[in-house]
Design a protein around this ligand. Structure first.
Ligand code: ADP
Ligand code: MG
Length: 696
């Protein structure tokens, strides 16, 4: 059968299950599958055979090196390349790769953030093969997805707890499904991650130290035009961007990443890429690879890809939507069916999810708390910092009917007559798109919309998986001993009670409105506006116990994760402050000084021939005062930052950064942006917002 280009190349750089089946002896393949499915450690003989097959495949595809590919607490991916060569002693080499090299690696852990685990335990860290995610080739390197753990088995990465939480939710979901007489082989979390990003000209990027060092502009006067005309959203894609997107698609498809949708986003220069959903951990691995490819491919087209949550003030920032569901042998458990009110199993899963999000809203909020995301959440472009759930026109009445014991008629999907005979009538979608909700039911899955664009969403899914598993656990405990004939009644009772207890988290209205903030406070919902408000819940006893009870994180690991996130917040703001001060002293002040001096020379020259120029004189005065203000604000920021940097307690330091440094940064920016508005374009040392956002 001849294949089209895409299907021929799709997954060609992935060591797929089919490749494994082709290349391994049947008994070895079967044994490998069995151990993976049953979560047993892999026997070294099997590992040797897999390693051999993997190496042969990799060499055929041009690989020269291998690496254990992992996700330390920085959230990005790490790799250290080793070549396959093994000298024979006669001046030639063999290409070798052993089972031991496949299964375990030992990178020096001491330079990765460990949130204190290193001091308490050991510097050594191990990478351990994660056979659930397939190996792939990137730049002639065979990449083996791994978990990264300390000498004593503590997780030093984002993936280990995610895998633990997936094992947990599968186990608890099976208990629930058993009560419905079902015994699926696998129950797996699914995730679809939509990625937003900006593309600007590479030369503009290179000319801005703030973009290079911090990923976002720390200065910049408001552009003449923003996103108000809404012309960019879904607009025609400019040719260079289109060529870029095509290459990205090709590269991703080769890596077996099901990239599907691409379009222009709301802000100028903003775009989105969405893949088709996959199994939870795979989706995250693939999202990290996607982000890497976006950055790299952009440079092929003279573009720079910005993945920061808020590269530009005055226009929208970028998020990442985490579409989450769970499936039993491929059947989506959040599929309501035609009559959700009669679909008891669906109602149980739904109420477990609602309860999970309400009970652990604090932790869920903490997983999206970063310095970058603080610019987005609650800023009328992204959901507020308050966690609530949107159910939509179909489910909301059913849920309130269950709570209030009122009948809900099953309503057929409404047909909309367009009044144009040539156009077919369409069916109204059962859920409207409430873009203001942080956690929305979208037909047959939930969409968590608070994640930042550059974030590794593992943390969010760890909380979701564990929290839903906890509710499944409770449901199973409450109903496992109920006689069969009373099961339906009791289960329905459980659903009603759970929904009633957690109904405060359901909100169908406008999440951007100021009224919602007040109402949410009355309902007792948390509103942790900034990172220093949001993170500390990670180490309160209730939350430590929650993760410990389910074996997802032990106490030391919870502390480590808090420390790593809190340190990251202060470190990022420190870097931003340093960058601002340096840019002011090295770029802006000299530019304004030169410009005002030139003007002053002109004023003096004119005065000599008896001409008094009021405008120029005025301008020189404004520029001189502006320089003084810039200079003073830079001194002030530097001083405050030095003090903040010296604070030892991480939380105290975080609070100081938020309360003192962030405002001092804003003040410094104000003084510089004011100068940008009155200086000549020629003298301004960096590209403006107008230049960067509106290029042809
Ligand atoms: P929208 O822009 O309306 O949010 P998209 O189609 O761009 O919609 O994105 C929806 C995402 O949700 C896609 O990645 C899609 O594959 C994913 N998705 C669909 N069904 C599921 C599911 N059962 N579990 C997880 N993700 C899903
Ligand atoms: Mg979406």
């Amino acid at each position: 059968m001849s294949k089209d280009r895409v299907s021929a190349e799709y997954g060609s750089l992935v060591f797929t299950d089919a490749d494994m089946q082709d290349r391994l002896p049947k008994p070895t393949y079967k044994e490998l599958k069995r151990t993976i499915d049953e979560g047993e450690p892999i026997d070294l003989d099997i590992a040797n055979e897999v390693a051999h097959a993997m190496k042969e495949w990799a060499l055929e595809h041009g690989a020269t090196h291998f690496t254990h590919w992992f996700q330390p607490l920085t959230g990005i991916t790490s790799e250290k390349h080793d070549s396959f060569i093994s000298p024979r002693g006669d001046g030639t080499v063999l290409m070798t790769f052993s089972g031991k090299e496949l299964v375990q690696g030992e990178p020096d852990a001491s330079s990765f953030p460990s949130g204190g685990l290193r001091a308490t335990f050991e510097a050594r860290g191990y990478t351990v093969w994660d056979p659930i995610s397939p190996a792939f080739i990137k730049d002639e390197v065979l990449c083996i997805p791994t978990a990264f753990i300390s000498y004593t088995g503590e997780a030093l990465d984002k993936k280990t707890p995610l895998l633990r939480s997936e094992v947990l939710i599968e186990k608890q979901a099976k208990r629930v499904l058993a009560l419905f007489g079902r015994t699926p082989r696998r129950v797996l979390v699914t995730a679809g991650l939509e990625q937003e990003y900006f593309l600007i000209k590479e030369e503009d990027y290179q000319a801005r130290p703030d973009l290079i060092l911090c990923g976002r502009t720390l200065f910049g006067a408001e552009p003449a035009k923003g996103q108000e005309l809404e012309e960019h959203y879904f607009g025609a894609i400019r040719p260079s961007v289109n060529a870029f997107m095509k290459e990205v698609d090709d590269e991703l498809w080769k890596l077996g990443i099901p990239a599907r949708t691409k379009h222009n986003e709301v802000a100028p220069c903003q775009h989105e890429l969405a893949p088709i959903y996959e199994l939870g951990t795979r989706a995250i691995d693939n999202n990290l690879l996607t982000m890497e490819k976006l950055k790299l491919m952009a440079t092929h087209y003279g573009l720079a890809c910005l993945e920061h949550e808020k590269p530009f003030e005055y226009v929208n920032g970028s998020g990442k939507h985490d579409n989450w569901s769970i499936a039993a042998d491929g059947e989506n458990l959040l599929e309501p069916g035609d009559d959700p009110q009669d679909n008891l199993q669906f109602l149980v899963v739904l109420s477990c999810l609602i309860a999970a999000v309400d009970e652990h809203a604090d932790l869920l909020r903490a997983t999206v708390a970063t310095a970058g995301n603080d610019h987005r959440l609650g800023a009328n472009e992204a959901p507020p910092a308050i966690i609530s759930i949107f159910l939509g026109d179909d489910l909301a009445p059913i849920v309130s009917g269950l709570i209030n014991h009122t009948e809900v008629a099953s309503h057929d999907r409404e047909e909309i007559d367009l009044g144009v005979p040539q156009l077919p009538n369409l069916f109204r979608d059962s859920t409207d798109r409430n873009r203001t909700s942080p956690f929305a039911f979208t037909g047959n899955k939930f969409e968590f919309r608070m994640c930042g664009s550059q974030q590794n969403v593992s943390d969010s899914n760890v909380v979701l998986n564990t929290a839903v598993a906890e509710q499944f656990d409770r449901f199973a405990n409450d109903l496992e001993n109920i006689p069969e004939e009373r099961f339906v009644k009791q289960a329905l009772h459980w659903v009603r009670r759970t929904l009633r207890e957690h109904q405060r988290v359901i909100f169908e209205g406008n999440g951007y409105s100021p009224e919602w903030e007040l109402e949410a406070a009355e309902r007792g919902l948390l509103n942790n506006k900034t990172t220093p408000d949001a993170l500390p819940c990670m180490v309160i006893q209730k939350n430590i116990d929650f993760f410990e009870k389910y074996g997802v994180l032990n106490e030391a690991e919870s502390h480590a994760r808090y420390m790593a996130a809190a340190e990251q917040y202060s470190k990022l703001l420190n870097i931003e402050s340093n960058t601002m001060v340096a840019m002011v002293r090295n770029l802006y002040l000299p530019a304004v000084a030169q410009y005002s001096a030139d003007l002053a020379t002109g004023v003096a020259a004119k005065a000599e021939i008896g001409i008094v120029s009021a405008t120029e004189k005025d301008l020189v005065r404004t520029l001189t005062e502006g320089m003084d203000a810039m200079y003073a604000a830079a001194e002030d920021l530097e001083e405050k930052n030095l003090e903040a940097r010296a604070i030892e307690d991480v939380h105290e330091q975080n609070v100081r950064y938020r309360d003192e440094i962030v405002p001092a940064m804003a003040e410094l920016r104000r003084t510089v942006d004011a100068m940008e508005k009155v200086c000549s374009k020629e003298c301004w040392p960096v590209p403006s917002y107008n230049d960067m956002l509106f290029y042809v």
